[in-house]
Design a protein around this ligand. Structure first.
Ligand code: ADP
Ligand code: MG
Length: 621
């Protein structure tokens, strides 16, 4: 085939392939144009998830009638002079309007404050018409109908109206956070309306806008950040560690007002919270970076969501330092030093595989009935200490103190005799040994022939449930238990949409979920295996998990995440007191389950201290 120049429309459609991925990208481009035009009110109306209609009305500077044709032509922009490194507006590529016009029916109506009337220009599948006069107020109305009608292949990739509508809400909220002085409204037949009134400027205005978007709990749970280094200014708010979420969708970062999704920034946030938040949870953070436009390249991708910093190390250091300092000042940082040296002597459970227990011992101790028969609460070493009458020294005389001390040691002596008699030698020989006590309502202390083991019962149980869930998934659906009264969970529309889309998958795990109006789901069944759970929290966490992995990963990955989330909820939460036979059963199950040395999040489920290490700790060796 001979080489020939592509037509303007084809060129624009190729560009559209990158710039306009879905209706939400159209909304992003048009809202950015309105912001660049200095608007203080921006109204967004959509229908059919933005596939049928997107209309954006602003009260900005407008486009002079003689520039309308240029506005919808490729490579025409009012925002860039000679220097591509000096980008001060959100737009600069001059390709949004022509791209949109090449794949939809676009109409742009605009009127400058000085003009007597407005003018309209339209571009349908790349064919331009106008400009012609039209009546309107000052400002601009951009209307996009039948998105992707000219590129049916792309249309096939669109999700449901609801999913696209919620992606539009997400992008409007994300952009709105950086421009609190602008009033945003979002309405249409496909959604519940959203109104973001203009708030003040400065830090207070920012915080007001953020709470409009993230909820009014945010300010109570966030610390203001304000730091500067070598001309880079960082402001914003860092959520306290306890105010965390199951995914990173609640992290917002802006570079010179532009919302960005930048790996380095996410990495820095993760680093800043590394000691204070568990690896599977995510802080809520809003960060604004402001710097000389010459120090950052935003021309990395046509969608303008990626950035490259001239000095990435500086930016990372600034973010990590500022967040840590903020958290530290508020006294929330966990103290993690001190135990370090001691910990080095402990062996992590996940490090080496458990030896399989010899068959004879295993069968003897898997027979929990036998354990039950021998179990006597009164004699047991496992009798919960908390239920004992704690000796009280306060206000008593010395003699009394001595007496109560004596009686306490007597109790302990009795216990020791009882437990020594009860610990079977066979159990001591198994890899995780014999359970001797439960402390702080979560740690099982067990003893083997030559070591002391501490098991995190919550983490261990979580791992076991997770493995069982995954196994059951490949055979037949898990048994479910009907709830007498269905539990109604209120959620954002987009979360309802995602959960309902995965209802069938969830039912395989024994979780029965259905839509209950636009803003809630009804839960009719829960997996029997999980026992009594906090259904509300489980559903919210699942919605978060699915939101995070829905578009990026395949079904298999989603299933894994769903299983992990459920396992976490069904687990023996710390705080539950276990009976000795329950503890031993847990230890035996761990021995039988490959990979049980680490929990679903990669943390160890038990640690082991060898007798020889204990002797070293006491300086005996
Ligand atoms: P870019 O934003 O990269 O310049 P666009 O194709 O999005 O490219 O827009 C082309 C031009 O049209 C802009 O540079 C601007 O001058 C004008 N324009 C677009 N939308 C608006 C608007 N809402 N108000 C005023 N001018 C606008
Ligand atoms: Mg633009």
């Amino acid at each position: 085939m001979a080489i020939k120049q592509l037509t303007e429309t084809i060129i624009n459609q190729i560009a559209a392939g990158e710039v306009i991925e879905r209706p939400a990208s159209v909304v992003k481009e048009l809202v950015e144009n309105a912001i660049d035009a200095g608007a203080t009110r921006i109204e967004v109306v959509t229908a059919g998830g933005g596939k049928n209609l997107i209309r954006i009305t602003d009260n900005g500077s407008g486009i002079p009638s003689d520039e309308l044709t240029l506005a919808v032509s490729r490579h025409c922009t009012s925002k860039l002079t000679d220097d591509v490194h000096d980008i001060r507006a959100l737009g600069f590529r001059g390709e949004a309007l022509p791209s949109i016009g090449s794949v939809s029916r676009l109409s742009v109506k605009s009127r400058t404050p000085q003009a007597d009337s407005g003018f309209e220009i339209s571009v349908h599948g790349g064919r331009m018409e106008g400009p012609r006069p039209t009546g309107m107020n000052a400002g601009t109305i951009a209307e996009v109908r039948d998105l992707f009608f000219a590129t049916p292949a792309r249309l096939k990739f669109m999700k449901t109206d609801r999913a696209e509508a919620s992606a539009i809400s997400d992008i409007v909220k994300r952009v709105a956070i950086a421009f609190p002085h602008i009033r945003f409204s979002l309405a249409g037949s496909d959604r519940t309306p959203l109104e973001l009134a203009a708030t003040g400027v400065g830090s207070a205005g920012m915080l007001d806008r953020i709470s409009q978007v993230l909820g009014k709990e945010f300010p109570e749970n966030a610390i203001a950040i304000d730091a500067e280094r070598d001309g880079v200014r960082l402001t914003g708010f860092a959520g306290i560690p306890a105010f965390n979420r199951a995914n990173s969708l609640h992290q917002f970062a802006y570079v010179n007002g532009r919302p960005v999704r930048d790996k380095q920034i996410w990495g820095a946030i993760r680093g800043a919270y590394a000691d204070v938040i568990s690896r599977d949870r995510h802080p809520v953070v809003v960060l604004f970076l402001n710097l000389d436009p010459a120090l950052v390249d935003v021309n990395v991708h046509p969608a303008k969501a990626d950035v490259r910093f001239r000095d990435p190390g500086l930016v990372r250091g600034l973010i990590v330092g500022a967040i840590r300092q903020a958290l530290g000042q508020s006294g929330i940082r966990a103290a993690t030093s001190g135990a370090e040296a001691m910990l080095q002597s402990f062996r992590l459970g996940g490090a080496q595989p458990l030896r399989p227990a010899p068959a004879a011992q295993a069968s003897r101790w898997q027979d929990s009935a036998a354990v039950n028969q021998n179990y006597n609460v009164q004699q047991s070493a496992f009798r919960p200490f908390e239920q004992e009458q704690a000796p009280s020294y306060a206000g008593n005389g010395l003699a009394e103190a001595a007496r109560s001390f004596l009686s306490e040691s007597e109790v302990l002596a009795t216990d020791t005799r009882a437990s020594t008699a009860e610990v079977p030698q066979a159990l001591l020989a198994s890899p995780l040994g014999a359970a001797r006590a439960q402390i702080h309502a979560n740690y099982i202390v067990s003893q083997t022939e030559d070591s002391l083991i501490i098991v995190d019962q919550h983490a261990a149980h979580e791992r076991l449930v997770y493995e069982a869930l995954k196994n059951a998934l490949h055979s037949r659906p898990l048994p479910a238990q009907m709830l007498l009264i269905p539990e109604i969970v209120d959620l954002p529309e987009e979360d309802v949409e995602r959960l309902v889309a995965h209802a069938e998958t969830l039912s395989r795990f024994g979780l029965g979920v259905e839509a209950f109006g636009p803003g809630a789901v009804a839960v009719r069944e829960t997996p029997s295996m999980l026992g009594e759970i906090d259904t509300q929290q489980l559903i919210r966490d699942l919605a978060d998990e699915i939101a995070e992995h829905d578009t990026s990963d395949g079904l298999k990955a989603i299933l894994d995440h769903v299983a992990a989330t459920m396992a976490c909820h069904g687990s023996v939460r710390s705080g539950r007191r276990l009976k000795p036979d329950e503890m031993n059963a847990l230890l035996r199950q761990m021995e039988d389950t490959p990979g049980s040395g680490t929990c679903n999040h990669g943390r160890p489920t038990y640690i082991e201290l060898k007798l020889s290490d204990i002797e070293r700790l006491f300086g005996r060796r």
